[in-house]
Design a protein around this ligand. Structure first.
Ligand code: NOJ
Length: 720
């Protein structure tokens, strides 16, 4: 390691200022009809050493062609770092991140990241801009779909698993890619849920909710971190010295690469904290941003800043050193062509598709199943598949599926036709996703009326209605889908035909009327490559649904932000007392609480045990509960462990998630679900925001979701 450091220092000593700034610059490649081309002057810039990193390039040949220019034609032969947004799969598209969060399964999170890494690395990619760790409690924010949902503990688990999966045991392996924890930090609470808008939250919320997943990423050895586009209480994250330099680097000891978001350094000018690119570059560099993605501000601004004495050569060298060390850790100096030299065998691709199907099915959340209309009976009758998302195979991949854009996806219609060869599967779109034309509704209703046994109504958002720059003021069904749904529901009701709604969305949608009137509601999010098979597996009962929502579903827009871990208030809701915390015109409870999701089993909980009952900070508390499947089908239950500290020096949340486990049970079977609660998890930030472990009683609550009424509770005494 020391020898390698010396090699890097020797290399730095040989570099001109322009070459150093090249290592701090990342430019986009883009695709032309004939294949990949490099934007602007980048090919020459790679050759003359003034661009050292690329994004938006994939494919073994194009990557290696560019790498060859860097390695063989540039003066110092420094290999390129190729970054790409491998967000939920690469060519094989897995469910969108919010959907994957719904699996509550660290094994799945790590495995899909590993497979995406292998696939992306085979395409020459060395760095992914993932995982996205921004906690979101405002579903208007389109980027909710890219993240872990509303809970900080869940975000920590996803952070660890994803980084393990992407980076593997050895970052230099030809099957590993460097991960980027993004967007640091507190991007989720943008004002009004509007993307890129202002953020202003308390120091306590910042530390309790938004920082833990990033701290976990650093502990897991994440290679890179990307600051958010946003500003926090007046300080843009790209220039946030206190959080980037003092917290990430000094306090957490992060010595990886900080890569700016796209053009974010230049946007410091629009934020109004820099007058020009020179000032912008100085602010970002001083804060510790190593790579300038797409702003060209370092190349343009830092030579001037250096001349004016606003930055030092040493400050620039520190950034260059971090970039070169990442290239070294990735094995690029030893063999710049290691990623993308071996094509993947067809069996690997096939097994990845099976994984996409399996994870797709496990990410679906069954919200309602009146009269156990699902699973569909062994069906040789007539199924009417209605709605604009029924045959919309392109939409199934969801947002940010860059390398998977042209890959085929399985629609619900094809999935059902494949699984039910003896059934008559009729189809009508009715309306488009967002259009105003209602002329197809009558045909759809006719299809329903002509001897149908069950209607599968596929509704929802288009893939690009969530994701970056996709905030929605009205997160409901777009276009004329409500008109279609009402007509279909009315006709089906008149003929006593059950209606199963499959809802595609990148965030919770506010559809209380639909929840009330559908017989069954399956939230599919965007399941990716194998969507139609995954949905069909659940509809037919081949798989018992086991996804749980990682974010609360509101009943109305006015409830936003709605999240389960609200702090206790002095006037908790009491229907008998007007002067308590509630709305005059809406219940305050969610439509579906965090963690909610049905299966084809029916579970009851008894006999919660907590041991020891008195614990000190270093103890690990064993929690167990008996779970019985009272239903008629085998199924898997997800068991949540929450805590509540009723009396502490600062107001604590009503519930805090501290553990999740799963238990599979046959009909009539009882089993013990066991969880471990390290007492150190009960530390919190005290009056002065320092971590404290306070003596006293803590409630331990276990059950199927964050609805307090459904949880068993026991007491634990903490002693210091
Ligand atoms: C902008 C997005 O905010 C970020 O998440 C992404 O990684 C970069 N663009 C690069 O595509």
């Amino acid at each position: 390691m020391i020898a390698a450091m010396n090699a890097i220092d020797k290399l730095i000593a040989r570099m001109t200022l322009a070459e150093k700034l090249g290592q701090l610059t990342m430019t986009a490649a883009s695709y032309a009809v004939t294949g990949p081309v490099i934007a602007g002057d980048s090919t020459d810039s790679i050759r003359n050493g003034t661009v050292g990193n690329l994004l938006n390039l994939f494919g073994a040949k194009p990557v290696q062609d560019m790498q060859r220019i860097a390695v063989e034609e540039s003066r110092l032969g420094i290999p390129l770092l190729i970054g790409f947004d491998v967000i939920h799969g690469h060519r094989t598209v897995f469910p969108v991140p919010l959907a994957e969060a719904a699996t509550f399964d660290p094994g799945i999170w790590a495995l899909t990241a590993r497979e995406a890494a292998r696939e992306a690395a085979a395409d020459g990619v060395a760095l992914t801009f993932a995982p996205m760790l921004d906690v979101s409690r405002d579903l208007r924010w389109g980027r909710t779909v890219e993240g872990p949902g509303e809970d900080p503990w869940l975000a920590v688990q996803i952070s660890r698993a994803k980084i393990r999966g992407f980076q593997g045991a050895d970052l230099a392996s030809a099957e590993s890619v460097a991960a980027t924890a993004k967007h640091f930090c507190a991007y989720g609470p943008v004002a009004g849920g509007r993307d890129y808008a202002s953020v202003d939250i308390s120091e306590r919320t910042l530390r309790e909710v938004h920082l833990p997943a990033f701290a976990a990423a650093v502990r897991e050895g994440v290679a890179a971190i990307m600051p958010a586009f946003t500003e926090l209480a007046g300080i843009p994250m790209t220039a946030h010295t206190a959080l980037l330099r003092d917290y990430l680097r000094a306090e957490l000891g992060f010595d990886g690469v900080i890569v700016s978001d796209y053009n974010a350094i230049a946007e410091l000018i629009k934020h109004g904290v820099a007058g020009d690119v020179v000032e912008a570059a100085v602010l970002a560099l001083k804060a510790g941003v190593d790579i300038d993605m797409m702003a060209g501000a370092y190349r343009e601004g830092l030579p001037v800043a250096l001349e004016r004495g606003l930055v030092t050569g040493n400050e620039i060298d520190q950034c260059v050193r971090r970039v070169l060390r990442l290239k070294e850790r990735l094995g690029l100096f030893a063999d710049p062509y290691r990623r993308g030299t071996t094509a993947e065998p067809p069996e690997t691709v096939a097994s990845r598709r099976r994984l996409a199907r399996d994870v797709g099915a496990k990410s679906l959340v069954l919200m309602k199943n009146a009269d156990e209309v699902l699973p569909l009976p062994e069906c040789s009758g007539r199924v009417s598949v209605i709605g604009p998302l029924a045959a919309a195979s392109r939409e199934m991949r969801g947002t940010w599926a860059a390398a998977g854009y042209d890959e085929p996806n399985v629609s619900v219609l094809s999935g059902l036709r494949a699984a039910l060869p003896d059934a008559k599967v009729a189809h009508a779109e009715g309306v488009t996703i967002a259009g105003a034309d209602v002329s197809g509704i009558a045909t759809a209703v006719d299809v329903v009326a002509s001897g149908t046994d069950v209607v599968v109504l596929c509704l929802g958002e288009a893939a690009e209605m969530s994701g970056e720059a996709a905030s929605r003021a009205f997160p409901e069904l777009p276009g004329e889908q409500r008109a279609l749904a009402e007509a279909v529901l009315a006709r089906a009701r008149a003929e006593d035909i059950p209606v199963v709604v499959v809802l595609f969305c990148g965030r919770p949608l506010i559809v209380p009327w639909l929840v009330e009137r559908a017989d069954a509601l399956l939230v599919a999010w965007f399941p990716g490559r194998e969507a139609g098979h995954a949905v069909t597996d659940v509809l037919t009962g081949r798989v018992s649904p086991c996804g749980r929502t990682p974010i609360s579903w509101p009943r109305s827009l006015g409830q936003i932000p709605l999240f389960y871990a609200q702090r206790a208030c002095g006037r908790p809701e009491n229907p008998e007392d007007r002067f308590t915390s509630k709305y005059l015109d809406s219940p305050s409870s969610p439509q579906f609480p965090f963690g909610f999701g049905l299966s084809y089993g029916r579970f009851s909980y008894t006999n919660l045990r907590v041991s020891p009952r008195t614990a000190s900070a270093e103890d690990v508390i064993e929690v167990a509960v008996d779970v019985t499947n009272d239903g008629a089908r085998a199924a898997e239950e997800t068991v949540f462990l929450f805590v509540r500290d009723r009396v502490a020096s600062v107001v604590r949340p009503l519930l805090e998630l501290k553990g999740v486990t799963k238990i599979a049970l046959q009909p009539g079977e009882t089993g013990a679900a066991r969880l471990q609660l390290p007492a150190t998890e009960l530390r919190f930030l005290g009056l002065d925001l320092e971590s404290v472990f306070e003596a006293g009683e803590v409630e331990v609550l276990v059950g199927p979701c964050a609805d307090a009424a459904q949880l068993l509770s026991s007491r634990l005494t903490l002693r210091t």
